[in-house]
Design a binder for this molecule. Structure first.
Ligand code: COA
Ligand code: MG
Length: 291
């Protein structure tokens, strides 16, 4: 998965648009983009949409973002949508692995109740939306077999810590968000799940988005969330490994294959050891799995 497009769960029109956007996944939202008074309507519209497109071929993966565990609304959200069999649930405002395990247990109950495959529903956690979440980033390893990815977000975090802004005048994130972003990379690697980059909220600025995508890929993120269909092609393009990177990865794997048992080899005048091999293998695996 390269691109994950947020679509407000109470908008049948946007859900249809999202389907045609080219996104690898939709995150159908019944949290922050849905007013409190519209939650029930959003659950209904979301379930109807899921049920109507589930069997479609070549559709994006379908995740539902429920309301966070502290809101008291998560159970009603799951009751509303699980019957329609989403591919996964996105957990906002997650505080570490224990929240993921907690959500996993709630999901398991519905899988049993609605006769769904046990463990089939995946989880992506948005892990830096408050300060406690940032401190818990090292706790996701082993939390749940369902966990596919860790995403970070800078919007709710700025509200939690009382910041005036989260970006500098030149558009780059300020230091607290750089830290949360880096810790998400480490947390995802430690838990052996995908690191997913935050949304770029200025959806008319596609050059700024492209620059942020390139930096994210450089640093180890494998996907980025989007809020507008126009962002999807930019993200998809960036998160496909370049031809040059693929050739290089193949050369690294070939060098180790011709020197079995070697801990270190030379390729084009550069020393390469085992971590380079691991990285090359991961890159090729990702290139083979663009969905
Ligand atoms: N998913 C699907 N379709 C979308 C979309 C999205 N996220 N964002 C916009 N569209 C559609 C619009 O409905 C519009 O189609 P239409 O003219 O046929 O109705 C078209 O794309 C162009 O939209 P545009 O006019 O450029 O933007 P807008 O002012 O309608 O919408 C937002 C702007 C920010 C309200 C909208 O992009 C949005 O709802 N984004 C998702 C918000 C969200 O889920 N946030 C939570 C996560 S941070
Ligand atoms: Mg939010």
């Amino acid at each position: 998965m390269r691109s994950l497009l947020f679509v407000p769960g109470d908008s049948a029109r946007k859900l249809e648009k999202g389907l045609a956007s080219g996104a690898d996944a939709l995150i159908i939202d019944i949290e922050d983009s849905v007013a409190l008074s519209a939650k029930e309507e959003a659950r209904r519209v979301t379930a109807e949409f899921l049920a109507s497109v589930r069997e479609t071929r070549d559709r994006p993966r379908l995740y539902v973002r429920v309301n966070g565990l502290a809101t008291g609304m998560t159970d009603a959200d799951l009751d509303g949508v699980m019957r329609a069999v989403p591919d996964g649930i996105v957990l906002p405002k997650a505080i570490g692995g224990k929240d993921v395990a907690h959500l996993g247990a709630k999901i398991a109950v519905r899988e049993a109740e609605f006769d769904l495959a046990d463990g089939g529903t995946r989880i992506i956690a948005i892990a830096t939306e408050n300060a406690r979440g940032v401190f818990a980033l090292g706790t996701f390893a082993g939390a749940s077999q369902r966990l596919d990815g860790l995403a970070w977000g800078g919007e709710d975090l700025s509200a939690d810590i009382g910041a005036e802004t989260n970006r500098r005048n030149d558009g780059h994130y300020t230091e607290p968000y750089r830290l949360a972003r880096s810790l998400t990379l480490f947390g995802a690697a430690a838990a052996e799940v995908d690191a997913i980059d935050a949304v770029y909220t200025n959806f008319r600025d596609l050059d700024g988005l492209a620059a942020e995508c390139r930096e994210a890929r450089r640093d180890g993120f494998v996907a980025k969330m989007a809020i507008h269909p126009a962002q999807v092609p930019v993200i998809n393009e960036t998160f496909v490994p370049s031809q040059e990177a693929l050739e290089r990865a193949k050369a690294v794997i070939a060098a180790f294959a011709t020197n079995p048992g070697a801990g270190v080899v030379g390729v084009d005048g550069e020393m390469l050891d085992r971590p380079h091999l691991t990285r090359a293998e991961r890159l090729l695996a990702r290139a083979g799995d663009k969905s």
